[in-house]
Structure formats: structure tokens, C-alpha cells
Design a protein around this ligand. Structure first.
Ligand code: MN3
Length: 203
């Protein structure tokens, strides 16, 4: 069974002005589609065709680079679309808010740490908020299309929020100003979706 591009849960112009329509069209329709297509090509005729993407990701060291790059790309972007929303922004609540306050002192401090992780990632990659093996929240970043669920990750955990800092995620609107993109994106973060992933990661 081949992997498929998930539909966006909102229109491509819904995240304007923070993320522009053309960026969303190309990012979802071309970049993510290419990761899906190339992942399917890379696993064609192998037993990985019958696995869930999470199962492949967690054992990524057993696979060739094409599966790591494109499987990571598919997993990461699927997560990314799901934690953005035109009704996003604001503040997290409930248990997630308590956990953030405990780990970072405040939501503002968490945002600062994630933005810093993204801004200082040289080249292409991702900034993450993860639930570690100890159940605690942590900020990390990964290069290329790696992620914290991979067995090769330097800092391992279950990602509950991920921010794409590849130039294709922001260049049309923000050009070289990655920090401006990282500031704006908090206006469209879907904290309910992040809280949902937090609850699942803790089980
Ligand atoms: Mn991307």
C-alpha cells in the first residue's frame, strides 16, 4: 500500500498573512508530494510497503538514505500541517500549559527556545518540541528531514510540535529573514493539536 499526500486541513491561503498562499501551494503540493512519491519509489517491492510511517522512522538506521530523507520528509510535513491552523495562536491550556511552565518557566520562554533552535540550525532542518523518555518536554533540532523519533537522532523523543526551517518554508515571503518567519509562525500554531499529541505521547 503506497503512502499518500494528506489533504491540508485548511485552504492554502488560510494561514495568510503569516504563511503565504504560494508558499503553501508549492510546499504542500510539490515538496511534500515529492517526498511521498520518492518514499514510495524507495520502498517499492520491500516489506516496508506494509509498515506504518512511524515504524519505518523508528528503525530508520536499517534503511537506505532515500527512505530516511523522504520518509522523514513525509512524516515531518504531515505533522507540520496538523499543528498549524488559521484559528491558531494564543496560548496553550490545560496539562500542556502546566508541562510547558514546569519545563521552561513560561510559554514565551518555550517560544524563544524553539525559535532559537530553528534560527541556529545551519542549512536545512527542523526545530522541535518533544516529549522525552522521562515524559518531560524538551526543545531540539534536527538536520535535513531527520526527526527526534528516528533511532539515529541525537536527541530522541516524541515530537509534538515541529517547525520547518528549510528555505522553501519561508523564502518567498521572508527571503533570508528566517527569524521573522519564526516569529510569525506562532500566530498560526494550533495549540489544541499540540496538546492532543502531548496526551498521546504520554500514554
Ligand atoms: Mn518543508
Amino acid at each position: 500500500m503506497a503512502f499518500e499526500l494528506p489533504a491540508l486541513p485548511y485552504a492554502t491561503d488560510a494561514l495568510e498573512p503569516h504563511i503565504d498562499k504560494l508558499t503553501m501551494e508549492i510546499h504542500h503540493g510539490k515538496h511534500h508530494q515529492a517526498y511521498v512519491d520518492n518514499l514510495n519509489k524507495a520502498i517499492a517491492g520491500t516489506e516496508a510497503e506494509n509498515l506504518k510511517i512511524e515504524d519505518i522512522i523508528q528503525n530508520i538506521s536499517k534503511y537506505p538514505a532515500a527512505v530516511r530523507n523522504n520518509g522523514g520528509g513525509h512524516f515531518n510535513h504531515s505533522l507540520f500541517w496538523s499543528i498549524l491552523s488559521p484559528n491558531g495562536g494564543g496560548q496553550p491550556s490545560g496539562e500542556l500549559a502546566s508541562a510547558i511552565n514546569e519545563a521552561f518557566g513560561s510559554v514565551d520562554e518555550l517560544k524563544k527556545k524553539v525559535s532559537e533552535a530553528g534560527a541556529t540550525r545551519f542549512g536545512s532542518g527542523w526545530a522541535w518540541l518533544i516529549v522525552g523518555a522521562d515524559g518531560k518536554l524538551q526543545v531540539s533540532s534536527t538536520p535535513n528531514q531527520d526527526n527526534p523519533l528516528m533511532d539515529v537522532a541525537e536527541v530522541k523523543g516524541t515530537p509534538i510540535l515541529g517547525i520547518d526551517v528549510w528555505e522553501h518554508a519561508y523564502y518567498l515571503k521572508y527571503q533570508n529573514k528566517r527569524p521573522a518567519y519564526l516569529e510569525a509562525i506562532w500566530n498560526v500554531i494550533n495549540w489544541d493539536a499540540v496538546a492532543d499529541r502531548y496526551q498521546k505521547a504520554r500514554k
